[in-house]
Design a binder for this molecule. Sequence first.
Ligand SMILES: Nc1ncnc2c1ncn2[C@@H]1O[C@H](COP(=O)(O)OP(=O)(O)OP(=O)(O)O)[C@@H](O)[C@H]1O
Ligand SMILES: O=C(O)C1=C[C@@H](O)[C@@H](O)[C@H](O)C1
Ligand SMILES: [Mg+2]
Length: 181
Amino acid sequence: MTIVYLVGFMGSGKSTIAKRLSQLWNETYADTDQEIERMYEKKIPDIFIEQGESAFRDYESKVLKNLNEPIIATGGGIVERKENIEWMKQNGTIIYLYASFHEISKRLKDDMNRPLWGHSLEKRKILYKKRQAMYEACADITVDTDEKDVETVIQDIMECLNKSCMYLASYREVIIKSKER
Ligand SMILES: Nc1ncnc2c1ncn2[C@@H]1O[C@H](COP(=O)(O)OP(=O)(O)OP(=O)(O)O)[C@@H](O)[C@H]1O
Ligand SMILES: O=C(O)C1=C[C@@H](O)[C@@H](O)[C@H](O)C1
Ligand SMILES: [Mg+2]
């Protein structure tokens, strides 16, 4: 139980929150989307266009298993593969950043860098509903981010982690061990 995995729909704030947590905890973080773009030297929309979603999911699973930073922002579709959920469960704590469809729409507007957000409103809503059930099923902790600024979301995450004594104990151990090295 050493890694914090942030999951949630596109625009729920995984990348933003991972970066902020890493500053606060003075720990490194990784982002599966950024890592895919770095490793395969291609932008995500280009991977979708040239190789399709299935190839992207293969890259995503590979990248996830190669990361061991203490804080990891995942891509919105990480839950599409059961093996990814199992991996995260075995290696850390899964925090689901919840945001309503309305809130996500406000944040992303007509973002062009997320291929699956480029679909029709109806398709976006169907995907949102399907995914919501998937995030809920795998989450150890759920934090509602609606109408909360980044710092408030961070505070809520810290509170939840503090309540989760089991996690905190193991996390302290990791920090102590890494400082002894
Ligand atoms: N709590 C928040 N309140 C308002 N805006 C936010 C909040 N968190 C993130 N944002 C904004 O929403 C947008 C999307 O955030 P971010 O890229 O962190 O989402 P994500 O969950 O990583 O999405 P993806 O799954 O596509 O990688 C950014 O413009 C970011 O500044
Ligand atoms: O929700 C999704 O399936 C995606 C979310 C993004 O983070 C990227 O991983 C990509 O655009 C796919
Ligand atoms: Mg992101």
